[in-house]
Design a protein around this ligand. Structure first.
Ligand code: FMN
Length: 169
C-alpha cells in the first residue's frame, strides 16, 4: 500500500513500521564489559554498517529506550558479532535477564578483550569514536581495532518479523 503525504511529520508510525519490516537486515550482536561494574552487557542490532576503510569505521543505531546501551557505552572495547543462520538462539538469549545472557559457552574473548559470539559470520572489536543523537536513536561511530571472518558462511537475515538464512539450505 502507498501512502502519499503532503506534509512532513504526518506519516503514521504504524505504517512506517510495516514498510520498514519488509526491508531485510543482518543481525549483529553488540557486547561489552564496562570496566567499573565488570558486568557484561549485550544487545542485537539490525542497523550495523561498514562505513570507512581509512580510518576503519563501522556504525550502528541505538534506540533511546535501550537499557543495555548505557552499559555498553561505558565499555572500553565493544565486541561486534554478525550472526549466522543457525544462531537465532542468541537472539532469544539476549531477550533474557542480563545475568543469563552470558551464562553458557557461546562467548569467547577477542584479542582486545571484548566478548564475541562463537560461530558468527564475522567478528570485530571496536572503540567508540563518537555518538550522535539522530531523532529517537543515537548513531554510534566505532573505530575498528581488529576483525576476522568467522566459521559461519550463511548470514542470518531478519525480514518481516522472521529470521532466515540468506543462502538456501
Ligand atoms: C533483528 C533485530 C534487530 C534490532 N535492531 C536494533 C537496532 O538497530 N537498534 C536498536 O536500538 N535496537 C534494535 N533491536 C532491539 C534491541 O535488540 C533490544 O530489543 C532493545 O535494545 C531493548 O533491549 P535492551 O533494553 O536490553 O537494550 C533489534 C532487535 C532485533 C531482534
Amino acid at each position: 500500500m502507498t501512502i502519499v503525504t503532503g506534509q512532513l511529520g504526518t506519516i503514521d508510525p504504524a505504517h512506517v513500521r510495516n514498510v520498514m519490516a519488509v526491508v531485510p537486515t543482518s543481525v549483529t550482536v553488540i557486547a561489552g564489559q564496562p570496566e567499573l561494574t565488570g558486568e557484561h552487557s549485550a544487545m542485537i542490532v539490525g542497523s550495523f554498517v561498514f562505513i570507512s576503510l581509512e580510518p576503519c569505521f563501522v556504525g550502528f543505531f541505538v534506540g533511546h529506550e535501550s537499557t543495555s546501551w548505557p552499559q555498553l557505552n561505558k565499555a572500553t572495547v565493544l565486541g561486534i558479532s554478525t550472526l549466522g543462520s543457525v544462531q537465532t538462539d542468541i537472539c532469544r538469549k539476549l531477550g533474557k535477564k542480563e545475568a543469563d545472557r552470558f551464562a553458557d559457552g557461546l562467548w569467547r574473548r577477542g584479542a582486545f578483550g571484548a566478548p564475541l559470539v562463537t560461530g558468527s559470520v564475522a567478528t570485530m572489536e571496536c572503540q567508540i569514536e563518537n555518538v550522535t543523537k539522530i531523532g529517537d536513536h543515537d548513531f554510534v561511530l566505532a573505530r575498528v581495532l581488529g576483525l576476522n571472518t568467522g566459521s559461519a558462511t550463511n548470514p542470518l537475515i531478519f525480514q518481516n518479523h522472521e529470521f532466515s538464512g540468506l543462502l538456501p539450505g
